[in-house]
Design a protein around this ligand. Sequence first.
Ligand code: ADP
Length: 466
Amino acid sequence: MKIIHITAECYPVAKVGGLADVVGSLPKYQNNLGEDSSVLMPFYDTAFTKENSFSEVFSSEIDLDRTFSFSVRKLDKSTLGFELYFIDIPELLFTEYVYSEDDTLRFLAFQIAALQWICGLKEKPNVIHCHDHHTGLTPFMMSYANDFAQLKDVPSILTIHNAQYQGWFSHEKSHLIPEFDHQHFGLLDWDHSINPLAAAIKCAWKVTTVSPSYMEELKQNANGLEQLLAHESAKCIGILNGIDVNVWNTETDPFILKNYSLSTLDAGKKANKDWLCKEYGLNPKLPLFVFIGRLVGEKGADLFPEIFDKVLNAHQISVLLLGSGSKDIELGLSELNTKHSGAYNSYIGYDEKLSHIIYAGADFLLMPSRVEPCGLNQMYSLRYGTIPVVNAVGGLKDTVIDLNEEGFGILHKELSVDLAAEAIARGVELFKNQKKFKEIRKEIMSIDHSWDVSAEEYIKLYKSIK
Ligand code: ADP
C-alpha cells in the first residue's frame, strides 16, 4: 500500500512536540510491515535542511493572492526508514520556526502544492494521511476542489494529535481555497469561520485520535467541536501512539552520559542523575522530580509555581524543569529559582539532548496535564526507568496504572495543587523504600510501547476503507 503522510512536523527535521515524534516513526514501522509509507512536509530553514542534500523531483506554481513558485524535493539517501519529501516555497515556508501567529497562507499553500504534486504522480497513493489542522483542508480539497478531481477516490485519513488548535480563519479568506462547487461550502464552516480541523473531521474518510481515552474525552470537551465529533463518531477511532524504540533506547542513546540496560540500570541512572545534579546545582541524594514540555495550561504548567513551592517547602526533594511557553508561567517559575535555590532549577528553552539526559537521570516524571491527547513523555520515561506521576486524563490514563492497583505509576484523579502535591508526596514515600522503588523502575523499563501494535492498527484501518 502506498501511504503519504502530510504533516507540519517530523522528527528529526522539525519538532515542536509529539506530532513530530509520531510522524518521524510511524511510517518506518509501517514500512517494516511491508507497506510503502512516506512523509511530505514543508521545507523549513532548520539544521536538518542545512546539513542534508535533496533532489528536486517536481516544480510548478500555485495561485493564491499572487503566484508562488514551488518545488518538491526529496531527501537523498534517507536513513530514517521512510522516504521524505518536502514542499519548498521559499517565500512562505523557508523559516527557522514551524509555527507563527498567522499561518493560514503558509499551510494552505503547502497543502495546495502537495496536492498538485500528488495529482501528477504516475502511481497515485492508496491513502493520504493528514495530521492536525495544518493539513485539515486536504480532505476537503481532495473531494471537492476542481483541480484535484483525480484524487476524489483516494481515501484521506485525519489524525487529531491536538484538538485545541483548529487553524480557524475568516470567510473573507475563503477565496484562497482552490475553486470548488459552493454547495459544499458548509463543510468548511464551523461556528461562522473556516475551521480546517472541523472540515477534516467532516471530510476525511476516517478520523483517529492518538489514544482511545482522548477520543471519548473529545466528545465532552473539544474546544467547540464536541457535537461534531459525537455526530461523526462512527468513523472515529482512538489508536494509542507508540514510541520509536530505536531512538529511545537506553543502551544506544547517543545523547545520554552513560548508556544502560536492565542489568546496569542503577549505575546508568546514577551517572546521568549525578551529571544533571552537578550541572543544575541539585542534591543527587534526594529524589529528583522532573518536567519536560510546553509551559501551557494544557500541561497544567500554570499551577507549577504553586505546586513546586508547596512540595519544596514540605519535602526534601529536587525539581528540574525543561520547557518554554507562556511568559507568565516562565516568570512565575523564575521566582522559584531564587526562593528554592539548590532544590529547584530549570532550563527555559528547547533542548533535545538535555531531554534525553533528563529522562535517563530522573527518578520521577511529572505530567499533571489537564488535557493529554496521548503524551509521549510518560512512555519515554517508562522506557528509561523513570516513574511517571500523572493526572489521569487522555493517553496518561491509557498508559499509566497506579501502584495501588498493582501498577507502576502514581496517578491523581484530577488536577489541583493539592492533588498534584499529594501525588508527589507518594513519590517521596516510595523513594524512601529503595527496594520497592528499584523493583518498580526495573519493571517499567520492560513495558512495550513500541509502534509494532499501533502501526498494524493503522494499516488495518486503511484496509477497512476499501
Ligand atoms: P505535546 O505534543 O503536547 O507537546 P507530547 O508528550 O506528545 O506533548 O510530546 C512532547 C515531545 O516533545 C516529547 O518528545 C518531549 O520530550 C519533547 N519536548 C517537549 N518540550 C521539550 C523541550 N523544552 N526540550 C526538549 N524536548 C521537549
